[in-house]
Structure formats: structure tokens, C-alpha cells
Design a protein around this ligand. Sequence first.
Ligand code: ZN
Length: 332
Amino acid sequence: MHCCTCGIHNTRRKRHQDASLADISPRDKSWDVHRAQAQDVQAIYGEAREFERLAERIGKCSGVLRFSETHDPETGEVRLKLKEAQFCRVRHCPVCQSRRSLMWQARFYQALPGLIEAHRGARWLFLTLTVRNCPVDDLRGTLKAMNDSWRRLVKRPEFKPVKGWIRTTEVTRGKDGSAHPHFHALLMVPPSWFTRHYVKQARWVEVWQSCARLNYAPSVDVRAVHPRKGEDGTQAIQQAAAETLKYAVKPADMTTDPEWFMELTRQVHKLRFVATGGALKNVLKEGQESDEELALTDGDGEQDDGGRVGFNWRPADRKYRRYRQADAEPSG
Ligand SMILES: [Zn+2]
């Protein structure tokens, strides 16, 4: 028979039944953070009849997490790996948003060695394009105009040498309750970028201003992704990808101002926030997000004895805690 598998001795079962996920595995503390944020978003949606269905779905998101468990042979530290969970896939659910970001990062990392191999000497740029803040109820029109502007940008001679790109949209809340939409883009460029094709920051401002048909100089940030000392650059590219693929709306912005957040939800309905092109086209397989994909359980190639440690969400204390024994399914 399988006894306790979570690393705390059997005789302390009574206490350990209620042990929190964060206590057993401090590196999984972010689950509590995101799930608590989801609970707050659920409460906001639950107040408005038009968002009732979303509130209901978020309420059922990631209620139970089942992990496999290993121990670090040197430190004895418990290592949990998520194996099963059910996600709501509501666009602004903080849990699902965070899982989606990890899933896209994983897909990009998987493709990266092949890309590096196929495009020897390629370099990477991290580009942020903004426009002035708009009233949140103009967000939809502003984003549509920005998407058109991007389509014009990729046709510009300055953009021609770019071999592939990933572009995401982020919207933050201005202090005055406005919306600040901006694009983050990761560009793969040939080695000649820094000699023959170099585009200075000031030129990016001009080009973006022209493509976006603005009567002011917009704020543009561009930086080359530099490998750190002693590294081949993969880590630096991954870090830039993580920054590009982080989140669309900061959870704190969702909950600070519920009216703003509900209007944002209406405004961005069915607008796509991720686009890819050139050699990076479809590298993220946008739109595909099964529970398994969001749990990142596929293709990890790790040994798995089938044993599971289960935690469920306790709304009152805003923590995941170990299953009560009576709830646990027999294992083995
Ligand atoms: Zn969710």
C-alpha cells in the first residue's frame, strides 16, 4: 500500500494532511498568488450579470492540483511537478494567463535549438512600441489601429532584414484610469543587422510614428539581446522571450479598478494579443491550450512512478493545502 509520499513522516499524517503547498514546496508558492488573484477576479466578474458565466468558470479553475514528487538527492528538498489540473481558459483568469505564458515560453524554448541551427549567427532584438494612453473605452479602436500600424511596419524597408518575429500586446492601467496599450516584439535578425542593416532607436521612432500615423513622436525602446559572459546566448534569448510572453494584463491592474477591468474585458473581446511572422510563424501554436498543454505535462521525458500528491484550493485561507485523506484517491 502506498503511504504518505510527501516527504513528511507518516506518523505526522494528521498535521501533514493540511500542510500547505507553499510550505511543502516553497518554489510552488506562485500557485497561491495566482489562484488568490483569480478569486479576486472572479469576485469582480461575479458582481456583473454580463460576466456571470466567466465568474462561474474561474470559480472552477485549478481547484485541484496533482503533482508527482521527487526528492533532490543532495539537499533532500521536495520537488513537485504538476501532472494534472483543470483550467478554465477564461482570457483574464490570472492562473490561466500565467500558464499560457509558461506554455508559450516552453514552445518557444523547444523550437529555439532548431532556429539557431537553421539561422546561424542570427541575433535577437527586443522592441517595445507604444502609443499615447487612450481612454479605456477607446481601447478597441486604438488596438485595431495599432495592429494595422504593425502590418505597415513589417512592410517597411527597415523591417525587411528581420527573419522572424513574435509580437504580444500588453495593456496597463494609467494612474488616471486610462489604458496604455503597447507591443512587445522579439525579432530575429541576421548577423548583418549590426553592420549593414542597423536601425537606430531614433529611426525606429520615426518609422513607428509614420506607420501608426501619429502626430507626435511615440516612445519606442529597442535593445539587442546580448549573451552573458560565458554563455552561448540561449539564456539571454529565453529571458527576452519570457519578457515578451509574460502577460497581457497585470493582475494588480485587474483588481485595482474593477470598472476599468470590466471595460477592458469588453473592449478586447476576441482581439488577438499574440502574433508571429516570418521564420517564427506558428512557433507558439496559438489557440491550442488543452489542460495537458497548460499543465506543461507533455514531453518532459521524466520518470514517473504514477504516485500523486494532491492539493486543493482553500478559498478562505487563500492557500492550496494537502488533500484530506478521505478525499484522496487510492494510489498505486
Ligand atoms: Zn483559469
